[in-house]
Design a binder for this molecule. Structure first.
Ligand code: SF4
Length: 346
């Protein structure tokens, strides 16, 4: 399932910027969030507890390196539960699943381990509650993204996906007095607020979600990169192409002053030409990215003369989630309620 890795640059980066101050502004927070940490550990624990193979529906988190490493340990990634042998263990990814997927797994006698991020589960609960009260739910998010499919699947009759601010201008609702907006957890905060503004202009009684759906990790990484971007000639975002929050970081950097911004999976995708005339490089990473990948970018930049690294910290993160309930008992039957946090992993 993972796309094979194609190395791009064979030569090390050269110091071509010439004399002058060369520096890196390293955004913080960046990288692993609590939900990703928990999901990755869930797969590792499942392998440890039940032995390989353990099946995982979809990529456990949207990062090619993480998926490839787990494959080496014995995880098998599938698109749908009907590819999993009857009776086997299957882990649901951090992005969440619809009730239809849960039922399909149960019908096949699969032993499911639900690694859905609790902050995604919160949005699912909101969707169920508003659907029960017969609201029409305008779900701001990207059609086809796994998280959006999972949330919409909680109440398909009540959910309409709104992909962009422009779609807010044309969307039709059944009863404008009974509409609420919810959102995908990994969107651009600014763009989402623009979508809401345009929806509200058309439907003044539009209700807000009970609390922010865009999660703390997405918001914190955007705030940090905004601060970095205004002083950066170039921003490098480490993250995979299918990682919504990573792709948003590139967009946010460009909107907030970066002269150029690129996303890379690996350090060797950084192109020499990007560094031409560049004094300040901003660096960050998406919520599914292990710190080792950022360190490789910093090492390559140091070789090109960018040895002065300054952390730009805009928030501290200490949120932790406990393991999925299916993994909370150890082999001896003792409960393992250890809380997990957004620690950096390699
Ligand atoms: S990005 Fe946010 S919603 Fe997604 S796994 Fe991390 S904490 Fe959870």
């Amino acid at each position: 399932m993972p796309v094979p890795r194609v190395p791009r640059r064979r030569e090390p980066l050269q110091d071509i910027a010439g004399p002058g101050r060369k520096r890196v502004l390293l955004a913080s927070p960046r990288g692993y969030c609590a939900g990703v940490d928990r999901a990755v550990i869930a797969v590792e624990k499942a392998l440890e507890r039940f032995g390989a193979p353990v099946y995982v529906r979809k990529q456990i988190v949207h990062n090619i390196h993480v998926v490839t490493e787990l494959e080496k340990q014995g995880a098998i990634f599938v698109e749908e539960v009907d590819e999993v042998p009857e009776g086997a263990h299957v882990v649901f990814s951090a992005h969440g699943v619809s009730p239809a997927v849960v039922n399909a797994a149960s019908d096949r006698g699969l032993r499911a381990i639900d690694a859905t991020c609790p902050l995604v589960t919160k949005v699912h609960r909101e969707a169920v509650r508003f659907a029960r009260d017969d609201f029409e739910i305008l779900l701001i998010g990207h059609e086809g993204h796994e998280e959006v499919e999972g949330t919409a699947g909680e109440a398909p009759e009540h959910v309409t996906v709104v992909n962009s601010p422009d779609e807010a201008d044309t969307i039709e609702v059944r009863d404008p007095s009974k509409v609420v907006w919810l959102s995908q957890t990994t969107l651009s905060v600014d763009e989402t607020m623009e979508t809401v503004r345009r929806l509200r202009a058309r439907f003044p009684q539009l209700q807000d979600p009970p609390s922010d759906d865009i999660c703390y990790a997405t918001q914190n990484r955007q705030v940090a990169i905004k601060k970095v971007a205004k002083d950066a000639d170039l921003v490098i975002v480490v993250g995979s192409a299918n990682s919504s929050n990573s792709v948003r970081l590139v967009e946010v950097a460009l909107e907030h002053g970066a002269k150029a911004a690129y996303r890379v999976d690996y350090a060797d995708e950084v192109e020499q030409a990007w560094l031409e005339g560049v004094e300040t490089v901003g660096v960050t990473s998406g919520a599914s990215v292990p710190e080792v990948l950022v360190q490789q970018v910093l090492d390559d930049l140091a070789a090109a003369g960018y040895r002065d690294v300054e952390q730009v910290r805009t928030a501290e993160e200490d949120l932790m989630f406990s393991l999925p309930k299916e993994l909370r008992q150890d082999a001896a039957g003792k409960r393992d309620d250890r809380a997990l946090g957004g620690r950096s992993r390699s």
